[in-house]
Design a protein. Structure first.
Length: 351
């Protein structure tokens, strides 16, 4: 039987007592969603079985994502500013939740200043008639001439020739898409303090971006979308999702650092001191990275793996030092086991 814990949806800029009895009709509906305060901020949580979201089937994960987002939207509808937490974030108990709030307090308050009176709007644009776009691209001079040369070849068209045509078509399609995407992003980012470009799901998608905007600019943002929609009516379809909390910009996550991992990383970077700083860790990393760089050792077997392990060790130790800073407001970090266990929690913005 799974152990119960506190599932964390996000952090609000208030220590008000909140209790939401029903959020949706999912299997978890009826579980109370409530606040756990610390100073002038609170975590929004519910009591849930602690499960590993990384190994969950997609259909189950999608259902829980909807629940996660509905809770956050409900909190927003009540007038609170909320910093979302990464999907699948658990704390062991209320004490653990308060420890997270305490250690991340300075970071969280800094983020509230950045997102005050701001929302996220996600914009997706797709080709209105993808087949027509492909046909139009195929009629471009370079591609048309290449096809004509292939057809005139008495030896016929080989598989390699077909692959070359595909590559040229893909490049031309990407160039066309980039021109449209640049126009859209340039138009919209004029009223957006920040922009995140997300991965395109397929070739039919032209843009998949998140815009952070001032709440007061929401109507103007949608007017610009309507203008773009009219301008590209025959070419593009637009879909907007929002207002949203700043998922793409400032989602929080918790990293729990293990002693064995820190000890292994310290040895990998050949750090012998029991107490050090980020500056010393960086110097140790640079010495090794310089000597183990694949470009300087092209004939050395396994050098890329070694270089990647050095980078991984460096990132872990820097995160551990940041966890020490959050816990003790100090620039030094100790590699003693009892100190690592005490400072083993880092609250950070998701990469």
């Amino acid at each position: 039987m799974s152990e119960k814990g506190k599932y964390i949806y996000g952090i609000i800029n208030s220590n008000s007592s909140l209790l939401l009895n029903e959020v949706d009709e999912s299997p978890r509906a009826g579980e109370q969603v409530y606040s756990i305060p610390h100073n002038d901020i609170s975590a929004i949580v519910s009591n849930e079985e602690m499960v590993d979201y990384t190994n969950m089937p997609k259909y189950a994960l999608a259902r829980l994502l909807v629940r996660h987002q509905k809770v956050i939207e409900k909190i927003m509808s009540l007038g609170y500013t909320i910093i979302p937490m990464r999907l699948g974030t658990f704390a062991a108990d209320e004490t653990d939740v308060k420890d997270i709030l305490n250690k991340g307090y300075d970071l969280i308050n800094d983020l509230f200043k950045k997102i005050s009176d701001k929302i996220e709007i996600d914009v997706v644009s797709t080709w209105n008639d993808f087949d027509s776009v492909l046909k139009e691209v195929g009629e471009e001079k370079e591609i048309k001439e290449f096809k004509e040369r292939l057809l005139a070849n008495s030896k016929g068209i080989t598989v390699d020739d077909q692959m070359k045509v595909g590559i040229i078509l893909k490049k031309a399609l990407d160039n066309k898409r980039e021109k449209y995407a640049f126009k859209i992003q340039t138009t919209l980012k004029n009223i957006s303090p920040d922009l995140k470009i997300h991965e395109l799901m397929d070739d039919k998608m032209v843009i998949n971006s998140a815009f952070l905007i001032n709440t007061s600019s929401q109507k103007e943002f949608y007017r610009k979308i309507e203008d773009l929609n009219r301008e590209f009516a025959e070419k593009l379809n637009f879909r907007c999702v929002g207002p949203l909390p700043p998922y793409s910009f400032y989602t929080l996550e918790i990293e729990r650092i293990q002693f064995n991992d820190v000890d292994r990383a310290r040895k990998k970077l050949r750090i012998l001191d029991d107490i050090t700083t980020k500056y010393e860790i960086k110097k140790a990393y640079q010495r090794l990275a310089f000597s183990c760089h694949p470009d300087k050792n092209p004939d050395r077997p396994g050098i890329e793996k070694e270089f990647n392990e050095i980078n991984k060790a460096y990132k872990l130790l820097i995160n551990y030092c940041e966890a020490c800073e959050q816990a003790g407001k100090t620039e030094s970090c100790s590699f003693k086991e009892e100190e690592i266990k005490k400072n083993a929690l880092l609250v950070k913005v998701k990469d």
